[in-house]
Design a protein around this ligand. Structure first.
Ligand code: ATP
Ligand code: MG
Length: 505
């Protein structure tokens, strides 16, 4: 939906914007024209410059060149406060919450409503936070600290923070990357409501079904430059992909037939009160088992307990028939387990270390000679994975924190694939990864299964689960509520197990 007046200036316009970081050119010439009362998608490969553009609009980065205008008037932001004051709200790709502050305090960071005598009105803040959660249909304790929240809950808080700003322009950088179907639907309902009130929204996502479901217009970027802008109704996924990557992409879910062998990972009666209860499942050699469910169902918690980074009170984990000690990730790694965590920035990467160091983190003992890891060996090991996963970085000794979100995700994957695991647990493995590399990651997983690796794949992207898994387990509120064979795993069956009382076993 666009405004009636075709001569009305766009709510937000960038033209010929450039930005470099030292030798790295992030934006060569970025254009974006977002009309009032519309939802505008911005798509492009990992490292195309989307988040850099967002940060320029947010006032976090200064552009080197080009122009920025709001409602036709040129603007220039020197700080995020100036951008906010101009009516722009931004949801960043990576949550930026203060772990020690409460959920409510994070939402109102820096602009607490004050009551009489200038005192901070905590009740008002709390009520508004709860009203936004109700609108988004999420249950989240506004008083708890944000430390320890799942990446999806962190994302929901970022969304609430942006909505509470009541801005005219709302920019969302991969807001749904960690959310599953129902949460996404609720966010979209709110987004459509804002559009219909006449606001302008920018939506970045690597999930094309979402772009087609939500957006009116789409702009494609490649290598820091503008490619084209099209009405969503007048294009197709294939066309967008071709414009993004400049070629056709191979099949997205290249599931290869693998011989399923013996039980490798056997989990029995795993229980951690209040988190998960009586969870039992098996993953066999050569098998990819999908673990589906809504956000907060306890999937990541089970994965972390199995791997040993989180505790569990009762139950057992066995690998190749031998019990795995509890709460001991080092022992797990020694036994061939690998866990690609969902929260790459807090659990997966050392952001201020180099790409090469991060890729080799899990294999340092193997690489060491006389207790030392030589740079040459480290670089050689890292190079293999960086190139297989097409990590876009200026150099292997670049700081990992400077990579784009999707490229950081590739580094975490590389780190664990390099460890040559026997049991691979991946939690949202393709979160934030672009369409071309997604296909490559799926191919890698398929190939690992063929080589006999037992794979447990947690994913909120239902097509990914259904496309890749031999068997699908479904969790709801800390319990396993469904187990479906590949042939029976339809979206409806999975959703039913994820949301209703009756088990479909
Ligand atoms: N602070 C920084 N220092 C150095 N290089 C940077 C910095 N921020 C971004 N870059 C580089 O700029 C390029 C564009 O990154 P950007 O994060 O904008 O990509 P993106 O389109 O958002 O990708 P993704 O889909 O993976 O999130 C990348 O090559 C990245 O490494
Ligand atoms: Mg990005």
């Amino acid at each position: 939906m666009q405004t009636d007046d075709p001569s009305a200036p766009p709510a937000l316009e960038l033209s010929g914007v450039t930005k470099s970081f030292g030798p790295v050119t992030a934006l060569r010439s970025a254009n974006l024209r977002v009309e009032t009362g519309s939802i505008h998608a911005l798509v492009g490969e990992n490292g195309a410059g989307k988040s850099t553009l967002v940060k320029i609009v947010a006032g976090l980065y200064r552009r080197d060149g080009g122009a920025l205008a709001l409602d036709g008037a040129p603007v220039d932001f020197h700080s995020t406060a100036e951008s906010k004051a101009a009516g722009i709200a931004v949801i960043y790709q990576e949550p930026t919450l203060f772990p020690d502050l409460s959920v409510t305090e994070n939402i109102f960071m820096g602009r607490q409503p004050t009551g009489r005598f200038g005192r901070i009105d905590r009740r008002a803040m709390r009520q508004e936070a709860q009203a936004i959660f109700a609108r988004l249909g999420v249950r989240l304790d506004p008083d708890r600290p944000t430390d320890g929240l799942s990446i999806a809950d962190q994302q929901i808080i970022e969304i609430a923070k942006a909505i509470s700003l009541d801005a005219r322009v709302l920019v969302m950088d991969e807001p749904t990357a960690a959310l599953s179907g129902i949460e996404v639907d609720r966010l979209f309902a709110v987004a459509r409501g804002l559009r219909d009130e006449g606001r302008a929204l920018v939506f970045i996502s690597h999930r094309f079904d979402e772009v087609f479901d939500l957006c009116d217009t789409v702009t494609v970027m490649r290598d820091g430059a503008y490619v084209d802008t099209l009405p969503v109704a007048g294009t197709t996924v294939d066309e967008l992909v071709r414009m993004m990557v400049g070629r056709d992409v191979a099949e997205l879910f290249p599931k290869l037939p693998a011989e399923v062998g013996d039980d490798v990972l056997v989990v029995e009666g795993l229980t951690q009160p209040g988190v998960f209860h009586d969870v039992s499942f098996t993953v066999r050699a050569g098998e990819i088992v999908g673990l589906a469910g809504l956000v907060g169902a306890g999937r990541s918690e089970v994965a972390r307990a199995v791997f040993g980074v989180d505790p569990y009170e009762s139950g057992s984990v066995r690998v190749d028939g031998e019990p795995l000690p509890r709460g001991n990730p080092r022992a797990s790694i020694a036994r061939g387990l690998a866990l690609v965590p969902e929260d790459r920035r807090r659990q997966g990467l050392v952001l201020d270390q180099t790409v090469a160091r991060n890729v080799t983190l899990a294999i340092r003992e193997r690489l060491a000679r006389w207790g030392l890891v030589w740079d040459g060996l480290e670089n050689a090991a890292a190079r293999t994975w960086a190139s297989r996963l097409e990590v876009k970085t200026a150099a292997l000794d670049a700081e990992t924190g400077t990579l784009s979100g999707g490229n950081q995700q590739k580094v975490v994957l590389g780190k664990w694939l390099a460890s040559d695991p026997r049991v691979l647990i991946v939690d949202e493995p393709t979160r934030g990864i672009d369409v071309g590399t997604k296909a490559e990651v799926h191919r890698l997983l398929s190939r690992l299964a063929q080589q006999g690796v037992a794979i447990l794949m947690i994913s909120s992207e239902l097509p990914e689960v259904l496309g890749m898994a031999d068997r699908v387990l479904v969790m709801r509120e800390g319990r396993l509520t469904g187990e479906l064979d590949r042939a029976d795993a339809t979206p409806e069956a999975v959703m039913r197990a994820a949301t209703t009382e009756e088990a479909v076993r």
